[in-house]
Design a protein around this ligand. Sequence first.
Ligand code: ADP
Ligand code: ZN
Length: 748
Amino acid sequence: MTAPHAISSAAPPPESRDARRVAVCVPLPLAAPYDYAVPEGVEAAPGAVVRVPVGGRTLWGVVWGDAAGGVDPARLKPVLEVSPLPGFSAAMRRFVDWVAAYTVTPPGAVLRMALSVPAALEAEVPAMGVIRADAWPAAARRTAARERLWRELAERPPLPMAEAARLAGVSPAAVKGFLGEGGLLAAPLPRARALPFADPDPEAAPPVLSAEQAAAAGALRDGVGKGYAVTLLDGVTGSGKTEVYFEAIAEALRQGRQALVLVPEIALTAQWLERFARRFGAAPSVWHSELSPALRRDTWRAAATGRARVLVGARSALFLPFADLGLIVVDEEHEHAFKQEDGVIYQGRDMAVARGRIEEIPVVLASATPSLETLANVRAGRYAARALPNRHGGAALPRIELVDLRAAPPDKGTWGRGFLAPPLVAAMAETFARGEQALLYLNRRGYAPLTICRSCGHRMQCPQCTAWLVEHRGRGGGGRLVCHHCGHVEGVPESCPSCGAADSFVACGPGVERVAEEVAARFPQARRLVLSSDHVAGPAAFAQAVAAIEAGEVDVVIGTQVVAKGHHFPGLTLVGVIDSDLGLAGGDLRAAERTYQMLSQVAGRAGRADKPGRVLLQTFDPAQPVIAALAAADRDAFVAAEQVGRRVLGMPPFGRLAAVIVAARSEEQAAELAAALGRAFPDAGAGVKLYGPAPAPLARLRGWSRYRLLVSAPRDVRLQPILRAWLRAVPIPRSARVRLDIDPYGFL
Ligand code: ADP
Ligand code: ZN
C-alpha cells in the first residue's frame, strides 16, 4: 500500500463561492457528486448530511464541497433536509475519496459503507405514550373505567396506551376517550437505554504490567495525541498484547478522544469483551453485521456524536464517521478476514492505516505472526515495532513436535480408517489422565471432503461450481452433501449416478465430524465438543461454547479455524493438528505464510497458564520449510526464506498485484470477454506485467463461468490509473461481470 495521496479539488476563490449551490455525494456508484440548490434559510456546509432527490426517490448524502457548476441554477434540484447529526469531517471525506481512488471504485460506493444505516440520520421521533393530567378536567365525565385509569396512572412515567389499558383493566377505547377529554396527556415514551454507552473509565482497573509490557505500553501511550504513526505490537501468543494496547486506549480516553479496535471476527470476541469490561469498568460499543436494527442505528449515532468512546468491530467499523477518533488498533493484523471480498473490495488493515494517516492519529497493529507486508513496512522504517518476546507470568511457549505420518500411520480401528497417529493418541490419553484438555485442529468442516464411488471412481461434484461436495452428518447421522461455495445441498444418492452401482459411495478424508467420531470410538469417556461454524452458529452460541471449555466441562475440542483465534483456555495443554500440510496445497501466493500463521496461532492455545503445553503436528512432509520452521520455533528463518522467494518473483510485499475476475453465465462469453481484456492491456512499461487470462481455479461458481487475469508491477508504480484506463477501454456486456481486486488475497 502507498501513502494516501491528497485528493484536493482546488477550492475556488471565496468571492466566487456560491453557498446556495453545493455538490452532494450520494451513496450510489456514480462517477462524481451531483450539484444541488440550497434553499433560502437552509444551512448546508461541507460535510453536512443532507437528504436529496435522486431519480424518483430521496436519499441521504453528504455535502462534498462546492458545486461544480455547469447546470442551469433554475433546473437544480433542492436539498430537502439537513440531518441534525454532526456532519462528515474533512478528514472523513478525504478518507472516502482516498479509499475510492485506491480501490478504483466510485466515491459513492464507499460512502454507502459509511452511510450504512440511513435510519440513524432521521431526526429521532420519540414514540408517544400517556400520563395522567395534574387535575381531573372539569368537563370530563366520571366513569368507573376512568376512575381506575386515574388511580393506576398516578405517579407513573409515560406508558404506551395499550399498557395503560392493561394496567387499569379497561379497554383501549376508554384510554383514548379519556385522553380526548384531557384526563390523560400525550407524552414521549422514555427510550429503552439498553445500550452500553456508559463511559469506559481509563483508571478503573489498570493491570500491573511486567517490565517488558510496561515498556511497550509506555511507547504506545506516548504516541497518542502526537499525530500519525504506525506501531507493530509483535508479541508471542499469551504475551499480553491486549493488556498492552488497552493502555493506549486508556490514554485516548484520558485525552477525551474515541478509540476504534478492529478485530477479524466479532463473533469470537466474548473473552475480549469481558477483559475490556474488567479493565475499564464498562463495556465498549460493538459493531458488526448481526446487530439489531435499533442497536445498529444507535451505535452509528453514538460513533458520530462521540458518545461511543471505544468501539470494537469488524472491518466495516472503519467506515463509521467518528466524531473525534484518537486511536485505531487492528488486532491480529495478519488475519485475512480483514479483506472484504465483495462490493467495494478492500483490505481493512491497510485502509485502517490510511485512515490513521488522514486523521493524523496513531495506529497499532497487533499480532504474534505479523504479515509479510507489515514486516516489510517495519524494515523499511515506515512502521515502528515493539516486541513482547515472552509469555506473561512466566508461562513457557509450548513444545512443538512433528508426527511423521509415513513412519507412524494411524491404525485402522473398528470404526474404519483412522486419522489420529499413535503418538497423538498416546498424548491424548496422558492429557486426559492428568485431567487436562486437548484441542484437535482440522480446518475442514463436515464429515468428509470428498465422496467417491467405489466401483467407478465417480466423485460427487456441485452441479453449479467446480468443487467437490462435502459430506455433513451432523447430530442426526444421516449424510447430506453440501457445496461450501454456493450452499447447494443434496442427499447421498443410493446408487451412483454414473455407473448405477448401489451403496457404492465411500467418504474420503476427514472433516471435523469424522475426527470426532474417531475420538468417540477411542476415548468414549472424553467429553467432546465439535467447534465449527456448522455446529456453533452465532456469537451467543460461540460464547457459550467458550465458557464451557473455560469451565472445564469439555475434555477435547475438535475444531476448525474458529478455535484458533485469541482464546485463552487455562486447562488446555495439548494441541494436535490433524493435517498440517492441508493449507500448503494449491498455488496461493500466501499459502506458506498463512499456514505458518494459522498453525502458530493454534499451537499458541496450548499451555497458556501454569501447566506446560505440548503441540503435535501430523505431517507427511516434515522437511517442508513451513513445517520445519514451526518445529524449530524459528519465525525469523521462515520469514527470511519467504521474503527471498517473494522478492525474486516481484510479489507482495515487494511488488504490487491486482486481479481481474471476469464472470458470465455463458462460458463462451466469459472466455471472449477475458480474451478481449487480455488484448486491450496497455503497454504500461516500467515492469508492469499481465498474466492470463486463464480459467479461474473455481472455473464455475454458482453457475457462472470465471476467468482470471493478474497484473503485477514494481512497488513504486501506481497501478490504479493504468487499471482504470484499461478497464474503460473494453465494453462490458450487461450479462457479464468484471471485478477488480487490488492487493488480492484470494486466488480462486
Ligand atoms: P496475547 O493477546 O498476546 O496472546 P493476552 O493479552 O491474551 O495475550 O494475555 C494472555 C493472558 O495473560 C490473558 O489472560 C491476560 O489477561 C493475562 N495477562 C497478560 N498480561 C497481564 C498482566 N500484566 N497482568 C495480569 N494478567 C495479564
Ligand atoms: Zn456449489
